[in-house]
Design a protein around this ligand. Structure first.
Ligand code: HEM
Ligand code: NAG
Ligand code: NAG
Ligand code: NAG
Ligand code: NAG
Ligand code: NAG
Ligand code: NAG
Ligand code: MG
Length: 254
């Protein structure tokens, strides 16, 4: 019974997405947002709680599945990381602002956020994003352009931010965030994404259905994200063999 209710619920959201009739409301004064443009987006659509608070594992799994077709294993994996940002003991929920606690998951040299040393990472920063998009010439972002922008942002931060840090976890996350773009917005075989969709998503924190975006027709699992991340590391100058050594992939869905 519980299972069939959740199937009906997720089908309902899928239908809304397919009809390109998503509601969208910007955050109000009591709502929180954070450093992840996608989770902010899903909250703006009410696919995650619009308040940005009290995000449980079940809510995360349903939201990521219905909106971007992440497998429940991948959603659970990311949720477990998210929980580490809630300072309460034995927490079962997180909020979007907690994700921005510096140097847990949130890191310097983001594509669309200022370093925490200078300002909040909860809000889009147009100057930072202008630097990122300057490395995205043309209509298509490929892995090379994505990796180049990622690297350039790190060099800029190193030069400007006296407290710059980039841990191993940050490095892995930063490459994984880049890898999510072709998987969610573009072509997972080519490793490309249409620039207009990606730019609209970052700037508006809104799913770009008006530009023709649809929920990926193929599910995205741990292995997909990990292998795309290896390709980003490879495009950053490592050989594929080195990338596989740095980030070994395990198929949690197998
Ligand atoms: C429960 C799931 C998720 C968690 C816990 C999470 C967490 C985070 C965190 C903490 C950051 C900030 C890192 C930084 O300092 O830049 C971030 C950034 C990012 N996330 Fe998420 N995220 C999740 C799901 C997703 C999904 C589904 C996408 C799909 C597109 C996504 C795309 C991104 C991108 C592109 C960035 C980089 C933003 C930038 O560099 O400005 N995330 N995420
Ligand atoms: C779109 O969604 C709104 C709000 O839920 C609803 O009132 C409207 O009837 C929907 N339109 C279509 C064409 O489904
Ligand atoms: C959400 O979390 C806050 C803070 O922990 C709590 O006060 C509030 O009652 C929760 N709201 C819901 C709807 O669970
Ligand atoms: C957290 O969980 C542990 C193990 O179940 C328990 O011993 C501890 O009292 C809990 N702490 C709080 C603050 O609930
Ligand atoms: C810091 O971020 C806030 C919120 O986005 C913005 O209004 C403000 O202009 C920023 N300040 C600086 C110095 O960049
Ligand atoms: C998610 O992917 C599966 C196949 O991997 C597909 O059957 C399903 O329709 C997709 N979900 C959505 C919402 O498009
Ligand atoms: C990425 O991997 C491919 C295949 O192993 C290799 O030909 C290419 O040189 C690698 N890229 C870099 C920058 O090393
Ligand atoms: Mg950051």
């Amino acid at each position: 019974m519980k299972l069939s209710i959740s199937i009906i619920c997720s089908l309902g959201i899928t239908t809304v997405l397919a009809q390109h009739n998503l509601s969208w409301t910007p955050p109000g004064p009591d709502d929180v947002r954070g450093p992840c443009p996608m989770l902010n987006t899903l909250a703006n659509h009410g696919i995650l709680p619009h308040s940005g608070y009290n995000i449980s594992q079940e809510i995360t799994i349903k939201a990521l599945s219905s909106a971007v077709n992440f497998t429940s294993n991948l959603a659970e994996f990311l949720f477990a990381f998210a929980l580490t940002t809630n300072p309460e003991q034995n927490a079962t929920v997180f909020n979007l602002h907690q994700l921005g606690t510096h140097d847990i998951l949130e890191h310097d040299a983001s594509l669309s956020r200022s370093d925490k040393f200078f300002n909040t990472s909860d809000a889009f920063n147009k100057d930072v994003f202008a630097e990122t998009t300057s490395y995205w010439p043309g209509d298509v972002i490929d892995l090379q352009k994505a990796a180049t922008s990622r690297h350039a942002r790190a060099l800029t931060s190193v030069g400007k931010n006296p407290s710059f840090t980039f841990s191993e976890l940050a490095r892995g996350f930063a490459h994984g965030e880049v890898a999510a773009l072709p998987l969610v917005f573009g072509d997972r075989v080519a490793g490309t994404a249409p620039k207009d969709l990606v730019v609209s998503f970052f700037e508006n924190e809104r799913l770009p259905v008006d530009l023709g975006w649809k929920t990926p027709a193929l599910a995205i699992g741990n292995l997909d994200l990990c292998e795309m991340t290896q390709r980003v590391i490879n495009a950053s100058g490592a050989t594929l063999e080195q990338a596989q050594e740095i980030l070994p992939c395990i198929d949690f869905d197998a």
